[in-house]
Design a protein around this ligand. Structure first.
Ligand SMILES: C[S@@+](CC[C@H](N)C(=O)[O-])C[C@H]1O[C@@H](n2cnc3c(N)ncnc32)[C@H](O)[C@@H]1O
Length: 336
């Protein structure tokens, strides 16, 4: 049987939708706001005291605003920046940067669902950067769990196409291949249905289950997404691509859990979460506690993790800006 998980939808979206970068309403929070770029660059400079810094961005997307801003900053040392993404539509064109004195730019096609290549010492990176990436891809290690009255369940998602849609077969075929020869218009995506399958599980038998059940031992009704892919990729990158002393910086949105609430007339105290939560391909796949859980797991694996809001990230690098966003987070990971 052809595997058709929620990621097939993501791949189609980023690789086959026309004007995906201009018309589809993609959030540009992390790439466009100037103090975020300044703070990111300063963080890297402060953590990597080298004259020549090698940086790789994952899932960078086609918009180059971040690097237009950073390459104009008066930073110490020279930077070699490799921008990567998985599809022709998303991979940035770095031609415009060719003349910059302290910045060398290159780009590479790279799919994060493929195994992480092991690099020789001279090709390794000092800093890896990924913003709005881990919440846009469903990794095989990601998992959605629900705890209802102290029983744990695993939710899996399956795709289907609206049975009444006249071009159902064509869209199904594209979804199954996660590709199509033709471009796909954005409005076609509304015919894709995401089905949920719920299985009861023993939480202590799933990966990191012991940590999950301890983390949530005092709560009886909740829903969580384990960022297993993020944990795995971070660990693999430190083993295979990051130079000693290097850093992995992740910026994502996480729905503030306060947006999950129990309506007054809800039977069995059922918690209602913000609609976008758990939706792949949108920026609200995770909630804040999910990253908290990832931080705990990464610390147990021997990493030093700093998880702060974007506001604090900017303030920590010496800037004061009136940026009131509590649900965008930056996680900085180093070897402890
Ligand atoms: C929401 S966009 C984020 C773009 C940019 N980094 C930013 O901060 O705005 C998600 C990015 O992940 C990329 N992406 C999706 N699936 C991918 C995969 N399997 N491997 C690598 N990148 C992927 C998309 O092409 C897209 O550029």
């Amino acid at each position: 049987m052809v595997k058709m998980d929620i990621n097939n939808l993501n791949s189609l979206f980023y690789s086959k939708v026309d004007n995906v970068w201009s018309d589809s309403g993609l959030a540009d929070f992390f790439t466009k706001i100037e103090p975020i770029q300044t703070a990111l660059a300063e963080k890297i400079v402060n953590l990597i005291p080298k004259e020549f810094i090698r940086v790789k961005e994952l899932g960078s997307g086609a918009d180059l605003t971040r690097w237009e801003i950073i390459s104009k900053l008066k930073l110490k040392g020279r930077w070699q920046v490799t921008l990567t993404d998985f599809s022709d539509k998303s991979i940035p064109s770095v031609k415009t940067f060719k003349d910059s004195e302290n910045f060398l730019f290159g780009s590479e096609k790279y799919n994060l669902l493929n195994p992480t290549p092991r690099l020789v010492k001279k090709d390794r990176y000092d800093a890896i950067l990924a913003t709005y990436v881990f919440d846009s891809i469903w990794f095989p290690e990601d998992a959605h769990y629900e705890k209802i009255s102290n029983n744990w369940h695993k939710v899996t998602y399956k795709l289907d196409v609206d049975k009444s849609y006249p071009k159902r077969n064509l869209l199904l075929k594209a979804l199954k291949k996660a590709s199509s020869i033709k471009r796909i218009q954005l409005d076609k995506f509304q015919h894709i249905e995401i089905e949920r399958k719920v299985d009861t599980i023993e939480i202590n038998k799933v990966p990191y289950g012991g940590i999950i059940s301890k983390y949530y031992k005092n709560k009886s009704n909740l829903s969580l997404n384990l960022p297993g892919g993020l944990i795995n990729i971070v660990q693999e990158y430190f083993e295979r691509q990051i130079s000693p002393g290097g850093v992995f910086i992740i910026g994502d949105m996480a729905v503030n859990s306060k947006k999950g609430f129990i309506p007054k007339d809800s039977p069995n105290d059922k918690v209602i979460y913000m609609e976008d939560y758990s939706t792949s391909g949108k920026v609200a796949k995770f909630k804040v506690e999910d990253y908290g859980l990832a931080a705990i797991i990464l610390k147990q694996k021997g990493f030093a993790v700093e998880l702060v809001t974007v506001e604090d990230f900017i303030k920590n690098s010496g800037y004061e800006i009136p940026l009131k966003v509590r649900d965008h987070w930056i996680m900085t990971v180093k070897k402890a």
